[in-house]
Design a protein around this ligand. Structure first.
Ligand SMILES: [Zn+2]
Length: 346
């Protein structure tokens, strides 16, 4: 899961960036990119468990008392991932790549292997591994030892590098990584160097620069996975939500988020390598909650009901106070200004 990786429509409309070259490279490798991809929730804490459980999470969240934002709920939903349990019961080895600092994906009790990309102990690295410690680090003498940026970049490179080694694991594998990029901090420029000047100072330039570097890294990883695997793998590149340049969370309440801000935030990226006609299970429209369900149903005949593509808005700080989106799901919205649509018309 690629944190805050927005789909092509959002990248074009909000950033003026055409991600077509990357998507075309993926298609040339055999990836399926549905015309409409989106998340069902605005927040990582909801989108991630919806993916790993192949189920909506608003029902569980709504059982909490009003006004309560219980972070233990998301941890429980992630720790008991229905998808991971299903695959483990069928002989898959669950290989988990921890995120650098997002607490809920620092560990996974169901995992058979947890890949630590930094061997040994390093005090500054340890200090950048949780959000709380990051705050401490920025206000302490530790910041003089090394800047945080290169560590984030190093962790990303090592995680994706370790992913490339998966074909050497014996037997069937379910591997999951929560990659905290292209989400801020922006520590990589388009050439995967350290950003300077404008790119370092401005959110939009920083985000697109990091996304372009990530694209290069992802193409390397998937090319290697496809080349080295004895059995054709299923590869799912999935954003957990779109971006927030229109500041959806400054709305007075979830039911008053403007349609364009909602569309931006739900606009998550998705590209899928699905051997043996798996794209039939995905079709032209997919939301995060159905991605792994589609895979389990198509490849393993899972008796798992398809979830509605419904979407639930909520604001930061009250992530569990939901408003169900009334505008149509992503496949039905007009996308006249997308680069794909423009190219098609010329
Ligand atoms: Zn996120």
């Amino acid at each position: 899961m690629l944190d805050e990786y927005a789909n092509a429509e959002v990248l074009w409309e909000r950033f003026g960036f055409d991600n077509g070259a990357f998507e075309d490279s993926l298609r040339a490798l055999g990836f399926h990119i549905p015309a409409a991809v989106g998340s069902n929730y605005f927040h990582t804490i909801l989108s991630l468990p919806s993916l790993l459980n192949a189920a909506h999470v608003h029902r569980a969240a709504e059982e909490l008392p009003e006004g309560v934002a219980d972070p233990a709920l998301v941890d429980r939903l992630l720790d008991r991932s229905r998808v991971a349990a299903y695959l483990k019961a069928r002989g898959y080895r669950y290989v988990f790549f921890p995120s650098l600092w997002w607490k809920s994906t620092r560990s996974a009790p169901l995992a058979d292997s947890v890949v630590q990309v930094w061997p040994g102990f390093h005090p500054v690295r340890a200090a950048s591994r949780t959000e709380f410690r990051r705050v401490v680090q920025e206000g302490s003498v530790l910041r003089y030892l090394t800047r945080r940026g290169p560590l984030d970049a190093d962790h990303l490179r090592r995680t994706l590098g370790a992913f490339e080694e998966l074909p050497s694991v014996e037997g069937p594998v379910f591997a999951f990584a929560h990659v905290l990029s292209p989400h801020s901090p922006y520590v990589l420029d388009p050439e995967c160097g350290v950003p300077t000047g404008v790119a370092a100072a401005h959110r939009k330039e920083g985000y697109i620069g990091q996304l372009r570097c990530l694209n290069t890294m992802l193409l390397d990883v998937v090319t290697r996975l496809l080349r080295e695997s004895d059995v054709a793998p299923v590869i799912l590149l999935q954003g957990d939500h779109g971006t927030s340049t229109l500041r959806y969370s400054e709305s007075p309440s979830a039911d008053r988020v403007p349609a364009d801000a909602s569309r931006e935030r739900f606009g998550a990226f998705g590209a899928y390598y699905l051997p043996d006609s798996g794209e039939v299970a995905f079709g032209d429209t997919v939301t995060v909650v159905n991605v792994l369900g589609n895979v389990l149903r198509h490849y393993l005949g899972a008796d798992l009901p398809r979830e509605p593509d419904d979407r639930y808005l909520s604001l930061e700080g009250s992530a569990y106070d939901f408003h169900r989106a009334i505008e149509p799901p992503p496949g039905d919205t007009a996308r006249a200004s997308s680069p794909r649509r423009l190219r098609r018309g010329t």
